[in-house]
Ligand binder design. Structure first.
Ligand SMILES: [Zn+2]
Ligand SMILES: [Zn+2]
Length: 97
């Protein structure tokens, strides 16, 4: 079972937000990590080790299938659209799977 939070861009003119785990997480489909696709400029959870054998695979963007991905570090990685700070919304926890 994985849990995820909503991350919001602190730049009100941008307003980008997405729900991600904010790091490594484990769910029904395998191990996921939060990453930014530099091509789509999207923040997303990317599968890095699919179940059931959990062998690491090369992460791919869900949208463009590209591998131009950068790990997301909460508090350090900026908004993929405008590079402003991203803030976790602590009330937004959701369970996925
Ligand atoms: Zn992409
Ligand atoms: Zn932004």
């Amino acid at each position: 079972m994985g849990s995820a939070y909503s991350y919001k861009c602190t730049n009100s003119e941008c307003g980008y937000e997405n729900t991600i785990s904010g790091g490594k997480d484990c769910g029904f489909c395998g191990v996921v990590e939060s990453m930014v696709c530099l091509d789509c400029k999207e923040l997303m959870n990317v599968l890095t080790a699919p179940a059931p054998d959990l062998k690491p695979i090369k992460p791919r963007c869900d949208e463009c299938k590209g591998q131009n991905l950068k790990k997301f570090y909460p508090g350090r990685t900026g908004c993929p659209k405008c590079r402003s700070k991203m803030k976790q919304d602590p009330d937004s926890m959701v369970m996925w799977d």
